[in-house]
Design a protein around this ligand. Structure first.
Ligand code: ZN
Ligand code: MN
Length: 258
């Protein structure tokens, strides 16, 4: 049976029908190809937003577009840095141009509600810039109907779920790279991709307040994991999914209600 959710599995007839029969929301996951320690795959920042987007789309009858699988350059304090083998990144101008093109393309096909669903912290402001430029493009073409949301799923994790994830207290969301949250959600949604025997448990990275370039890899944990991840579990991952999915669904309904 044809998927109502995944654009990549639809025919062009399916897509055309969806646009004519309603006013579907299109969700574009934007991730990265970035090291996530010895225990998680390079596509962690693509898999997580795509899995969450699929669950959200099922409730909103939305369409999940093929993800942007590369992101802005990994930074030491949020992703370990761009120097790790396998971390393959885009220049900011490329990411901005890519996302801008995608927004303009979906608008050209009659989509009026688009969500850029971010899975990689470093992408944030470049997604914002792409949205701004695409909205300008659309206004120039006389299209004032387009509405775009930018969502970072991790920003929805509430205080109760934070307590489940970190009974001893959260150190820093930025330092959560490849740590308890991402490992737990991966254990819940894609356990087949987690090397459970290799989950690291060393102390958190200790960075200076400033950012110095070129970066000094000696300040970065050599395995690329920025906080201890040992307390990760599938149950914690389930707690995240069961809280953020309905919360994101209701906030999308609210945002697109006018
Ligand atoms: Zn990540
Ligand atoms: Mn990342």
């Amino acid at each position: 049976m044809a998927s109502r959710v995944k654009l990549a599995e639809m025919t062009w007839y399916d897509f055309a029908d969806r646009v004519t029969e309603g006013d579907p929301i299109v969700i574009i996951p934007v991730g990265s190809t970035e090291q996530h320690g010895p225990h998680l795959p390079l596509s962690t920042d693509v898999i997580l937003p795509e899995e969450i987007a699929m669950r959200i789309a099922a409730q909103l009858d939305a369409i999940v577009a093929p993800p942007v699988s590369y992101g802005y350059k990994s930074q030491p304090k949020t992703g370990g840095g761009n120097h790790f083998p396998g971390t393959v990144s885009l220049d900011a101008s490329t990411l901005i141009a890519t996302v801008r093109d995608l927004v303009n393309e979906f608008a050209r096909h009659g989509i009026r509600k688009i969500i850029l669903f971010d899975g990689h912290m470093e992408n944030q402001w470049f997604i914002v810039e792409a949205i701004d430029l695409a909205l300008r493009d659309q206004r120039c073409e006389g299209n004032r109907d387009l509405q775009v949301l930018k969502i970072g799923y991790w920003e929805y994790i509430n205080a109760d779920t934070e307590k489940v994830l970190f009974p001893e207290g959260l150190l820093s969301w930025a330092l959560e790279h490849a740590a308890v949250m991402e490992t737990s959600v991966m254990l819940y949604v894609r356990p087949d991709l987690v090397r459970a025997d290799l989950v690291p448990d060393h102390p958190a990275a200790d960075f200076p307040v400033y950012d110095k370039y070129p970066i000094d890899p000696s300040r970065i944990p050599s395995d690329g994991v920025l906080s201890p991840a040992r307390s990760a579990s599938s149950e914690k991952g389930r707690a995240v999914i069961e809280q953020v999915v309905p919360d994101i669904v209701s906030s999308i309904r609210e945002a697109f209600s006018s």
